[in-house]
Design a protein around this ligand. Structure first.
Ligand code: NOJ
Length: 561
């Protein structure tokens, strides 16, 4: 029977490689995760999304899957996963599996077979085309670019054939036009559903369908050459409906799609309840409000108005149609307290709690990325070799190939690197922050772990974790915070975020100061009689309806009509 448990869910994302390493081999593992489940549950979380745990050669750290039905050895065995699932369920925590189905690893047996012979039946599992001969030169089949830089095509040995990879060379795009591929996908989903998992996060799902025949993208300034032929493709909705009908609809399963720059029309169609495609998608536009045109390595001055548009437009668009998600961090983004023009030097607690308040009280499911609940910051990387993400290396190389000075290139990478979120979780101030017992972690530690860690946060009067507990409790216990319509106030303000949520006679008003200095805010009249539900400072100053907000202060008011 299908329920709507996801509507008041709170999801915690674990990047397994970096969460907790129980067997001290440098990689996080399932045993480590199990040891921290109480900590996660006590935060007020109701579901965990696990970044890929499957067998993978880790060219893209798990997002290149070599076997969709096997747990990677470094994380444990299938029995360990079964135990994890059981331990989660014992604690009323739902389990959301990550599914990277746009591409497989080139080490997946399908791909190995496919390239072993031009007659292999697996050839048609991938997108393989002849290159273009121009004189002595063999050019790729089209001018499409990988989202990770460079051509999206890689030559197969010394043949004239190329395979498509919209991400790393080691991630070959699947041919979703082939019904056999879609059958395999359904089989994989049912395998995990039968085990009892409760949901899926679909990696870059809106790239499954491409426009055929493959052609060059002749636009002068596309944001990504070829994107108009591979984002929100013509059969996207059909593919999702088919997956839903053949797998998800038979279980009480929640889905969230990670979308790659969806058009707003498509974004809405994917999540409309009556369409039976996905329950929700991620919207990341607000996370681009401090970079240029969504290019994460190119910093620009933070623009609060843009942040608000990115955060709230999807809330308005999806309201009454489907469900929304609320994200500040994940394994692909910098730490939130280290961006958005925030100064964490004196106000890390205030900034982390303000961000959580103004984001999670909105319309949609709060997603918390591990470490965010203690205000983990970006890492001070010294050089490119300390970074493990292939994207950091590819973009750095590309910049240097244009003769950009290395230091400058590195400063760009350091700004937007995904590595910031991928350093090990900081549990305490012992060796390697308690991530393990001393074996060198796969990715270097953030040197600030003696100052910022779970143990210290929990002992502090200003515990970010405890504030998260409060805000999540308010979220879950107030129907207005779940079902209420969002009405924005002072949209043009470059200082504050303010909005109300209203449902069945109850109104909530949320306001947060984005500045690291005081600012005055005139409260709407109806809020003035309200009661304060939460405040990230100990005191609040309101005189004649004017709120004197301290740096990064956030307040939630409750008003009964
Ligand atoms: C999105 C994932 O979040 C990211 O980590 C990965 O590199 C790409 N998809 C490709 O799978």
């Amino acid at each position: 029977m299908r329920t709507e448990w996801y509507k008041n869910a709170v999801v915690y994302q674990i990047y397994p490689l970096s969460f907790c390493d129980a067997n001290d081999d440098g990689y996080g593992d399932i045993e480590g995760i199990i040891s921290k489940l109480d900590y996660i549950r006590d935060l007020g979380v109701t579901a965990i999304w696990f970044s890929p745990l499957y067998k993978s050669p880790d060219y893209d750290y798990g997002y290149d899957i070599a076997d969709y039905k096997a747990i990677d050895e470094k994380f444990g065995a299938m029995e360990d996963f079964d135990r994890l699932l059981n331990e989660c369920h014992k604690r009323d925590l739902k389990v959301i599996m990550d599914m990277a189905l746009n591409h497989t690893s080139i080490e997946h047996p399908w791909f190995r077979e496919a390239v072993s012979s031009p007659d292999s039946p697996y050839r048609d599992y991938y997108i393989i085309r002849k290159g273009k001969r121009e004189g002595d030169e063999l050019l790729p089949p089209s001018n499409w670019e990988s989202t990770f830089t460079g051509s999206a095509w890689e030559r197969i040995g010394d043949s004239d054939d190329f395979y498509l990879h919209l991400f790393c060379i080691e991630q070959a795009d699947l041919n979703w036009e082939n019904p056999k591929v879609r059958e395999e996908v359904v089989d994989i989903l049912n395998f995990w559903l039968k085990k009892g998992v409760d949901g899926f996060r679909f990696d870059v799902f809106n790239m499954y369908s491409k426009v055929y025949p493959i052609q060059d993208d002749d636009d002068i300034k596309p944001f990504q050459k070829g994107a108009k032929y591979y984002v929100d493709g013509p059969r996207m909705h059909e593919f999702l409906k088919e997956m839903n009908e053949k797998a998800m609809s038979h279980y009480d399963c929640y889905t969230v799609g990670e979308s790659y720059h969806p058009s707003s029309r498509d974004a809405k169609e994917y999540i409309k309840e009556e369409n039976r495609e996905l329950d929700s998608i991620f919207n990341f536009d607000h996370l681009n409000s401090d970079n240029i045109g969504g290019k994460k390595f190119f910093k620009k001055k933070f623009d609060l108005k843009e942040f608000k548009r990115g955060l709230f437009d999807p809330q308005h668009d999806s309201f009454g149609e489907g469900w929304n998600t609320l994200v500040l961090e994940n394994h692909d983004n910098q730490r939130s307290v280290s961006r958005f023009g925030i100064s964490t030097l004196f106000h890390r607690y205030e900034a982390a709690t303000m961000l959580a308040t103004i984001t999670y009280m909105g319309f949609g499911i709060p997603y918390i990325y591990m470490g965010q609940e203690i205000g983990m910051t970006n890492c001070h990387f010294h050089n490119i070799d300390e970074m493990k993400d292939p994207v950091s290396h590819m973009v750095y190389k590309l910049m240097c190939s244009y003769h950009m000075p290395k230091r400058l290139a590195f400063s760009f990478i350091r700004f937007g690197a995904r590595d910031h979120a991928r350093v090990p979780m900081q549990w305490d101030d012992s060796v390697n922050a308690g991530f393990n017992k001393g074996h060198e972690p796969w990715q270097c530690m953030n040197p600030n772990y003696k100052k910022i860690n779970v143990k210290k946060d929990l002992e502090s009067d200003k515990s970010i974790y405890r504030y998260f507990q409060k805000v999540l409790k308010i979220k879950k216990e107030n129907d207005a915070a779940i079902y209420g319509e969002v009405k924005e106030y002072d949209k043009d303000s470059t200082r504050v975020v303010a909005y109300s949520r209203e449902y069945e006679g109850k109104r909530l008003f949320i306001v947060g100061n984005f500045l690291n200095r005081k600012t005055l805010y005139i409260l709407p009249r109806w809020v003035r009689e309200g009661k304060i539900l939460l405040d990230n400072y100990e005191d609040i100053s309101i005189k004649e309806g004017v709120l004197d907000l301290k740096p990064y202060q956030a307040v939630i008011f409750e008003v009964n009509k």
